[in-house]
Design a protein around this ligand. Structure first.
Ligand SMILES: [Cu+2]
Length: 249
């Protein structure tokens, strides 16, 4: 089984390499609308910043809430179109790049790329989940997809640093917490921090702790800086506060 897996992985890598030789990566991240034009140099967003320290000694009564990060990328076609290593083989994704791109073009989102919990379906009414935390609670970020995603606090939701997706998703302007605009107009990712975490495929890491500077009392907005429709709101409230405004976002 492991041998089969490694053969598949090797096949994906060698196919990507072959495709890359046929279609070398462009430099500069110009915004193009046709999927054939999507070859952009992937910004060096796999930073070497150390992972946030695992905090020991959590207070009694606090809890950890997991946000699962999903995608459905097909390794061969994503690596061919975006760059080697974009989608790691061995995960569950089977959506080929052109189908992903066509879905974003038509719907502004790709449904398989999302943060969960996403929807509250109790009472037969669908509404966006807002993660409710009390000081001391912490978020765990579990990437069960094949791509790297970010969990980034933004003042207002906006585009990410992967320029081709921004206009298609109705976010022509990147959120400044996600991207810097370079002199040539291309975008560069903001450095990793405790409010801009890069979670690689298959990784689980601790996210921010409620009640700290990164995740203060009140409602904060978080998004992925690669796929700008991946969004969630987090509310931090003292335990004795009532939840009468729970329905608001
Ligand atoms: Cu993402």
């Amino acid at each position: 089984m492991n041998e089969l897996k490694s053969n598949i992985r090797w096949l994906a890598v060698s196919m990507s390499a072959t495709l890359l030789l046929m279609f070398p990566l462009r430099s500069g991240a110009q915004s193009k609308s046709a999927s054939e034009e999507i070859k952009v140099a992937l910004p060096a967003f796999r930073t070497n910043a150390s992972k946030p320290a695992h905090n020991s000694g959590t207070q009694a009564g606090t809890q950890t809430k997991t946000i699962r990060i999903w995608d459905a990328c097909d390794p061969v076609t994503f690596d061919a179109k975006v760059g080697p290593g974009t989608c790691i083989a061995g995960h569950h994704g089977q959506t080929i790049f052109d189908d992903f791109f066509a879905e974003v073009q038509q719907d502004r989102v790709a449904g398989g790329w999302r943060f969960n919990p996403l929807l509250n379906t109790t009472d037969g009414i669908f509404k966006l989940v807002r993660l409710e935390l009390a000081p001391g609670d912490r978020i765990s970020l579990e990437n069960v997809g094949g791509e790297t995603h970010t969990f980034t606090k933004v003042e207002e939701f906006g585009g990410g640093f992967f320029a081709p997706l921004n206009p298609l998703t109705g976010n022509p302007e990147p959120a400044p917490e996600c991207a810097r605009v370079l002199a040539d107009g291309s975008l560069a990712p903001q450095p990793e921090s405790d409010t801009n975490q890069f979670v690689e495929a298959g990784e689980t890491e601790f996210g921010p702790i409620a009640g700290t500077r990164a995740l203060p009392l009140g409602v904060t907005h978080w998004q992925c800086c690669i796929h700008p429709w991946m969004r969630t709101n987090v509310a931090v409230r003292d335990r004795d506060q009532d939840h009468e405004h729970e329905h608001q976002n």
